[in-house]
Every structure is written in C-alpha cells, then in structure tokens.
Design a protein around this ligand. Structure first.
Ligand code: NAD
Ligand code: UFG
Length: 338
C-alpha cells in the first residue's frame, strides 16, 4: 500500500510542489494547512497535475488535539514540516509570533509524532541559519549565527530535533537548509504568489515583467561582487521538492539525523537574474539600482556536496529554466490562484 505522508504547510509554495513530487514518486501526500499564507484553490491545481484528489485538513499545526486526532485516524509513514512563517522583517517586529508558530508548532508536531509512534520527520530549515558566512560555498559545519528572529527560530528547531534524536536514536530526521527557492512547476499551474508587495527578488521580477509594477529596485550596486549586485544560490522549487523525496527514501533505509544544504552550489547576481528573466520572457525588464537593503548579505551560496553524497540528489534545473517556469506561472496566473 502507498505510504501516506503528512505535509504540514502543503498548500504553500514549497509544500505544494513537494506534494507533486511525492505523488510522482508513489507516495500519498495529506496536507495540513491553516491557509494563513496560501489559497485553498491550490488543491484543484494539484488535482490537475497529479490526477488525484489530495486529502486536505484545514487546521493549525499548534493544535495538539487536532494533531492527535490526525495521527490516530491515519497511519502516516512520515511528516514533512513546511508550516511556518517566513518573513524576516515581520519576525523582527513580531518575534513572539515567529517563535510561537515556528518553534511552538514544530515541538507540537514532534510530540504528536512521538505519541503516535511516527518517527520520520523532514524539517524545512533555511540557509539563513548561517547568517553572514565567512566564505562561500557554505558547508553544513560552518558557523551558525542567524541574524533575525526568523533565523533563530529555525536554528532552535534544528537544535531541539538534534536533542530529540540523541534521546531516541530510532528517529529518522532530515534538517534541510534551503538556499533561495524560485521557479514553479513546469505546467504553470502552481507557483509562488506572495500577498501584497513582494520582498523577494523573483516574485518582484515577475510582477514587473507582467506590468503590475513599473520597475525593479535593485538593492545595492556597490557590493564586492563581479557586477556589484547581491549574489545568491537560487534553486528551482521542483529540484527542492525532489530533494524531499530523496530525504524520505534515505530515511526509509536507516535511522539517522542528517543536516543538509539544498542549493545548486552556484551563485547568481541580481543582474544575472534580470538578464535570464529577459531571455525567458522575451521582454526588457526595467530596473534601477538603489541603495543597499539593510541586513542584506553581499553574497553567499551553498555547498550541496553532502546532500549529493548522502541522498544522491543534486539540483538539475538551470537559472534559465527557473526564470522560464516562474514566467509561465506568472503570465498564466497574474493574480495567483484568484
Ligand atoms: P509559504 O508561506 O508559501 O508556505 C507555508 C505554509 O504554511 C502556508 O501555506 C501557510 O498557510 C502554512 N502555515 C503557516 N503557519 C501555519 C500553522 N500555524 N499551521 C498550519 N499551517 C501553517 O512558504 P514556503 O516558501 O513554501 O516555505 C515553506 C517552509 O520553508 C517554511 O517553513 C519556510 O520557513 C521554509 N523556507 C522557505 C524559504 C523561502 O525562501 N521560500 C527559504 C528557506 C526556508
Ligand atoms: N533584491 C533586489 N530587489 C528586490 C528584492 C531583492 O535587488 O526587490 C536582491 C536582494 O538585495 C538580494 C537578492 O535580490 O541580493 C535576493 O533577495 P531575496 O529577498 O529574494 O532573498 P534573500 O536572500 O534576501 O532572503 C531569502 C529568504 C529569506 C531567507 C534567506 C536565507 O527570503 O527568508 O533567503 O536563505 F532567510
């Protein structure tokens, strides 16, 4: 019988793409999401892509009674925990909300899993746990010094799960540190649609390209990088999704706790992203170079070699493909799922 996987936050950007990858690999994803940053209409799109109706539980990952019921009703093989808040700026102005949802929610989920005897957990961590790195590519054993409450909430959960594993080594835990997820499923049916003005580069670029915003503000052109703009490790969301499937398969083989970078191992500058997007969309992308954004790191990218050695996974999709897929999603869904 196909294994059921609880996907918290499965209606969101990375979670929805991971549901597609799970279904393609023969798993049965069950989504638990409170829809605070997503749209229920994603379920129709997932149906169109996968050909099956995914079970959806609307609820909060901090609701212990709900989790107990969910685990009692369904024999889950594992949980993938995406549910959380992710806006760095909001975490500075409302840290308690971030610790409550990200740390509290994760502890609640791990407790419910322990009580139900489900011991395979894949956790969405972030490269933000490294803060400003000394050098790139960043290996997993680099210093951890997150610069925001959001980043610290991710690190706290990592530490709690390491302690849990040490106390009960039967657990199978993967802490996945994502770099900069972008792109969309190649069908153009699912993608990223942030509420309000986007903070992140790719959604902003998409909205400029489709004419919803006049121009891109490049945050700083005087960084010590080849073209002066910030450099990041952009990774296609479907590569990331497949990384979760690889982590699940690894957990099936042996009890372990692994901490892995999921990125391409290559940096791209803001101007390189702009040029790639222009190639993908076939139209010029107006931009202007403005001041640096407070708190931004000039450049970083990850070393994904441990993920390749451990999981046999590596990111395969190019920056051009990330832009082409983002563009297809944006063009077909200028208002997201609305
Ligand atoms: P997203 O906001 O699109 O998805 C998160 C989902 O979790 C949303 O559907 C939201 O409604 C849901 N959710 C939030 N709080 C919840 C709660 N208390 N109970 C139930 N559901 C809840 O974000 P995403 O980009 O898909 O990110 C998924 C995970 O990956 C997050 O944990 C995020 O911190 C992490 N991450 C994201 C990035 C990135 O740049 N997108 C980078 C590194 C790590
Ligand atoms: N940028 C612009 N203009 C914009 C938006 C971004 O020039 O309108 C630049 C930034 O200055 C940076 C690059 O594009 O150089 C990428 O910025 P993003 O905001 O897309 O991504 P960040 O690397 O700043 O942050 C992301 C996530 C965080 C996470 C962090 C760590 O948004 O949640 O990666 O991996 F913590």
């Amino acid at each position: 019988m196909s294994q059921r996987i609880l996907v918290t936050g499965g209606a969101g950007f990375i979670g929805s793409h991971t549901c597609v990858a799970l279904a393609a690999a023969g798993y049965v994803p069950v989504i638990l999401d409170n829809l605070c940053n997503s749209d229920v209409r994603v379920l129709e799109r997932l149906h169109q892509i996968t050909g099956s109706t995914l079970q959806f539980i609307q609820g909060d990952v901090r609701d212990a009674a709900l989790l107990a019921r969910v685990f009692a009703e369904t024999p889950f093989a594992a949980a993938i925990h995406f549910a959380g808040l992710k806006a760095v700026g909001d975490s500075v102005s409302d840290p308690l909300a971030y610790y409550d949802t990200n740390v509290g929610g994760s502890l609640m989920l791990a407790s419910a899993m322990r009580d139900a005897g489900v011991n395979t957990l894949i956790f969405s961590s972030s490269a933000t746990v490294y803060g400003e790195p000394e050098h790139s590519p960043i290996p997993e054993d680099a210093a951890l010094r997150p610069a925001s409450p959001y980043g610290r909430s991710k690190l706290m959960v990592e530490q709690a799960l390491v302690d849990l594993y040490r106390s009960q080594p039967g657990w199978r835990i993967a802490l996945l540190r994502y770099f900069n997820p972008v792109g969309a499923h190649e069908s153009g049916l699912i993608g990223e649609h942030p509420h309000g003005k986007p903070n992140n580069l790719m959604p902003f670029v998409c909205q400029v390209a489709v004419g919803q915003r006049d121009k891109l503000q490049i945050h700083g052109g005087d960084y010590p990088t080849p073209d002066g703009t910030g450099v990041r490790d952009y990774v296609h969301v479907m590569d990331l999704a497949e990384g979760h499937v690889a982590a699940l398969k690894h957990a099936e083989i042996q009890s372990s706790l692994v901490t892995l970078n999921l990125g391409t191992g290559q940096g791209a500058s803001v101007l390189e992203v702009v040029r790639a997007f222009e190639r993908a969309s076939g139209r010029p992308l107006p931009f202007e170079i403005g001041p640096r954004r407070p708190g931004d790191v000039p450049a970083y990218w990850g070393d994904p070699s441990l993920a390749q050695a451990t999981l046999g996974w590596r990111a395969r999709r190019s920056l051009d493909q990330m832009c082409a897929d983002s563009w297809r999603w944006q063009q077909r869904n200028p208002e997201g799922y609305r």
